[in-house]
Design a protein around this ligand. Structure first.
Ligand code: GLY
Length: 354
């Protein structure tokens, strides 16, 4: 991971003190903050991680045609699941340490408050679609590994090899170079393409997409190949409801990309929605969630200088009023949005610069 020059002075320290002071439990049974919402909205809205520009455009066009926001969201991320050049999602996603592509995804439907998810799924490029089948056609929320695979087959999805030549090359280069105490010999540097060399950094990639239609129904999905070169069987936050995504149809939705372990330890997406329920604007709720992660990050190996987390983490929040935000642990960073003004990238609010 790149060395980061981060300074406490750059910390956006204007804590929403009120937000910090608000006891969450007091609000868990509170009425949703819907009193000042004026529906219908001017336009459906979709927000996503920065790799989702075409995805948000498609999601909004589907909602304009009257499709359910969850189906629109799944259609949007399907473009990225299909894209072999996005090495963090679906077909062409980077594999685990054994060279096998293992995908995680979840969907959550606001109007029914139902969810479905698959984890460690091998051989199927559209895990978000399979997650929806789990939601609709089973009494369960999460299927994993071999069971998820058998379920996908039973549902008629087409099994295929998801490892593209590009992803295999990146994985092989990682295998050849990541340790000095094995028998792999690194290739001569001049034979290695620049993108192969640079992509070997162990980062996470993912797409999250949140959607709201004109009548204020919300849904969201998150889909990923997870941490590059992960230990086989590692499951991140993306298929875990409340961690990698969450929606409450009376309040809003929140989802994430970045270090999944931080979300699993803090249930960040649930927290983001609950903070919006307390009345925080999406941007303030998202920054507050990031501050919570900072305060809970204690292991030196996860900290850069001055105690700032050394990992990336982003949240995408959308409330019932159609207000939205992308927030990032560090910046600059962008997220995708589409509404009546079209599809575009907007700047995330960032907790740290650098
Ligand atoms: N946030 C994606 C992952 O950690 O797998």
């Amino acid at each position: 991971m790149n060395e980061l020059k981060l300074s406490r002075r750059r910390f956006i320290g204007t804590t929403t003190g009120a937000a910090l002071a608000l006891p969450l439990a007091r609000h868990l049974q509170a009425s949703p903050a819907t009193t000042s919402i004026s529906l219908p909205l001017d336009s459906p809205i979709a927000i996503a991680s920065g790799n989702g520009l075409e995805a948000v455009e498609l999601a909004v066009s589907q909602m304009l045609e009257g499709n359910d926001p969850l189906d629109a969201a799944i259609a949007g991320v399907g473009l990225v699941e299909d894209d072999p050049d996005d090495i963090s999602v679906g077909y062409g996603g980077l594999p685990n340490e054994d060279g096998e592509v293992e995908l995680d995804a979840a969907v959550m439907h606001g109007p029914s408050h139902k969810a479905g998810a698959v984890a460690s799924l091998r051989g199927y490029r559209h895990p978000a679609q399979i997650a929806k089948r789990v939601m609709v056609q089973t009494d369960h929320v999460l299927l994993v590994g071999e069971g998820a695979k058998r379920f996908a087959k039973a549902q008629g999805f087409q099994e295929e090899n998801l490892l593209t030549e590009k992803s295999r090359e990146i994985w092989l280069y990682w295998k050849q170079t990541h340790s000095k105490v094995d028998d792999w010999i690194p290739p001569p540097p001049e034979t290695v393409a620049d993108d192969v060399r640079s992509l070997v950094e162990r980062i996470t990639g993912t797409i999250h997409l949140g959607a709201i239609n004109r009548t204020g129904d919300l849904s969201c999905t998150t889909t990923t190949s997870g941490l590059f070169f992960k230990i086989p069987g590692r499951v991140g936050d993306s298929p875990i409801i409340g961690a990698g995504l969450y929606v409450d149809n009376e309040v809003g939705s929140c989802g994430s990309t970045g270090r999944g372990e931080a979300n699993l330890q803090n249930l960040c997406s649930f927290l983001g929605v609950e903070l919006m329920r307390q009345g925080l604007a999406p941007v303030d709720a998202g920054l507050e969630v990031l501050r919570r992660v900072v305060s809970h990050t204690k292991e030196p190996r996860l900290l850069a200088e001055e105690g700032v987390p050394n990992f990336g983490l982003k949240f995408y929040l959308l409330n019932k009023k159609g207000e939205y935000a992308g927030v990032s642990m560090r910046g600059p960073s962008t997220f995708a949005v589409a509404d009546s003004k079209g599809a575009r990238l907007e700047d995330c609010a960032c907790l740290f610069e650098g």
